[in-house]
Design a protein. Structure first.
Lengths: 431, 143
């Protein structure tokens, strides 16, 4: 058992997570650009090139970028085991992920095979390095808890989702005969329902009680939720691969969404029971996220009950999940993680740091920026949900994403400036 | 009888509740209530740190427990004490904005500290001190 790993030095240098957080909002700007550049009805089908490009810009460039940076930061705290060679891992994940996302989205937009052929080895490298490094960290961890299990399953789901994604891109480029509908359904379910959902579930077990001082998640829930979600996803994968009847696939879908909705309801209930009553932007982002998860489940059920408009409801479910659930939580978390990292790394300046005066967490990113962002994000989400019905909504969604990307970039940049300025003051005192 | 981990976790919960009561009073401008709640909160924190520093950690080290992590925990106690002093100053000057900022910082520092103790250090204590955990609990309560 590696118990000596519980030291402050296990926290990676601040530049490790910050580079992921600084780059990620730029992909929101790019997603906005792709939506704006699309012609015709963007939501005419689930896979118009512009929609495919914009979606991957958000899921890979924004979401995976933040999630991979944050995982390196969070693993030492929740399981007591750092990610090995954190600087190397950061370089070999952030750079190929950024470059790979650019070429994948460019490839989709332009229908360019060369770009797509460039994309998959880059993305494959980024995820392979991340998966191996996280697995090593999990394997060495002494702690045994429900969060560790959920993160482990999340990374397993990611591995399968990435493999399927690569298979799909390669097939698309070479014109191979594949069951694209089934494979992309499996790819989406494992990436969103597996990697994203399970990581959020595992992290929520820790941070929901921690930020707001709520009761812990009930034991019966934490013991079964992540393994059950993972088992359903594997079953769904098997059903898709053998070409099972729709009824069976829908049953797996219903089970998944019922569990997801249960998780959202329990989280909202715990947050209502919080001891800390002060208003907090992160809490509001979290609640918006959980409400969106409930909506995503409802839209999925509606797509089964109303076959005539099934496509629209499926799209709404995906939008509620990606933009409403995942993006709300990720943004809310960033507004806690960045101020804390700035404070934490400055405090290591020791006595000179105390003399120079370290900004407290509310002096890193102004609260009002976070609230503006919350409203802007809520507005963008509403407009995006109209997208499948109203083609004009695509433009407004693009505008919303553009403004959000700018606001978040500015917020992250503000945090970095505060850090650098204070660090310089501390260093001057040390001379 | 609770395990060491359960007992200390309960202690963390008490501190969390006292923290929330103090913050709520200060941010609603009820400074009198905030002062008295802060008194309870900082006493509870001091008692908890004392139990660890004087009883639990030395016993853990004597039983072959990990030295590095214990040092880190003690260092984080100092970080938390520093924030508590800043919080007391903000309380005395009745500066709600400053209080909110320090309080937010203290919460996250405290919670990630608790998480590391609860996930890693206390379970080790339960294992290494299994034989005389009853005596340890008694000594900690008396400390």
């Amino acid at each position: 058992m590696n118990i000596t790993s519980l030291s402050t030095d296990q926290a990676p240098p601040i530049s490790v997570p910050l580079r992921f957080f600084a780059v990620a909002p730029l992909f929101l700007l790019l997603a906005a650009l792709m939506l704006a550049l699309s012609d015709g009805n963007l939501f005419a089908a689930a896979q118009t090139p512009a929609l495919l490009a914009a979606t991957h810009c958000i899921t890979l460039g924004f979401m995976a970028m933040v999630m991979m940076g944050a995982t390196q930061q969070i693993l030492p705290v929740v399981i007591g085991s750092p990610v090995p060679a954190s600087r190397w891992v950061a370089w070999f994940t952030s750079v190929p992920l950024g470059a790979g996302t650019l070429s994948l989205c460019g490839g989709f937009m332009l229908g360019n095979a060369h770009l797509l052929n460039l994309a998959w080895p880059l993305l494959g490298t980024a995820f392979l390095v991340f998966i191996v490094a996280s697995m090593l960290s999990l394997w060495r961890a002494s702690a045994r808890n429900v969060t560790k299990t959920a993160i482990l399953l999340s990374i397993c789901a990611l591995a399968v989702a990435v493999s399927l994604g690569i298979l799909l891109v390669r097939g698309f480029v070479t014109g191979a005969v594949l069951d694209y509908a089934a494979l992309s359904a499996a790819h989406i379910s494992l990436a969103l329902g597996g990697w994203v959902m399970l990581l959020i579930v595992g992290v929520s077990y820790q941070v929901v009680p921690m930020f707001q001082i709520t009761p812990a998640y009930p034991k019966w829930l934490t013991a079964v939720l992540a393994p059950a979600l993972f088992a359903i996803l594997l079953l769904n994968l098997a059903l898709l691969l053998i070409g099972a009847e729709q009824l069976w696939i829908a049953s797996a879908g219903i089970s998944f969404w019922l569990l997801a909705a249960g998780f959202a309801l329990v989280t909202l209930k715990l947050q209502r029971q919080r001891r800390r009553k002060v208003t907090d932007a992160t809490l509001s982002f979290f609640r918006l996220g959980m409400l969106s998860l409930l909506l995503a489940a409802l839209f999925y059920l509606a797509s089964l009950l109303l076959p005539a408009v099934a496509l629209q409801f499926r799209l709404m479910s995906a939008i509620a999940f990606i933009a409403g659930f995942a993006m709300s939580l990720i943004q809310g978390m960033l507004y806690k993680i960045i101020p804390f990292l700035v404070w934490f790394h400055l405090f290591r300046g020791g006595i000179n740091a105390v003399k120079a005066g370290i900004p407290n967490m509310k002096e890193v990113i102004p609260d009002r920026l976070m609230w503006w962002h919350l409203w802007l994000h809520g507005g963008t989400l509403l407009v995006a949900l109209l997208g499948p019905w109203l083609s004009a909504a695509a433009w407004l969604t693009a505008l919303g994403l553009l403004l959000q990307g700018m606001l978040l970039s500015y917020a992250v940049f503000t945090g970095i400036v505060v850090y650098r300025r204070t660090l310089r003051r501390i260093e001057l005192l040390a001379v | 009888m609770p395990s060491i981990a359960e007992f200390m976790q309960g202690n963390h919960k008490t501190c969390d509740n006292d923290f929330a009561l103090t913050e709520e009073a200060a941010l609603s401008g009820d400074w009198e209530a905030a002062q008295s709640a802060f008194g309870v909160f900082s006493d509870e924190m001091a008692r908890h740190f004392h139990m660890e520093k004087v009883q639990l950690f030395p016993a853990l080290m004597a039983a072959g427990g990990p030295g590095g992590p214990v040092q880190v925990m003690l260092m984080e106690h100092e970080q938390i004490n520093d924030l508590l002093r800043q919080l007391a100053a903000a309380l005395n000057s009745r500066n709600a904005q400053r209080y909110a900022g320090i309080s937010e910082t203290l919460l996250i520092v405290m919670q990630q500290h608790n998480l590391k103790e609860e996930q890693i250090l206390y379970p080790i204590a339960d294992r290494l001190l299994a034989k005389d955990s009853a005596a340890m609990l008694q000594r900690m309560q008396a400390a």
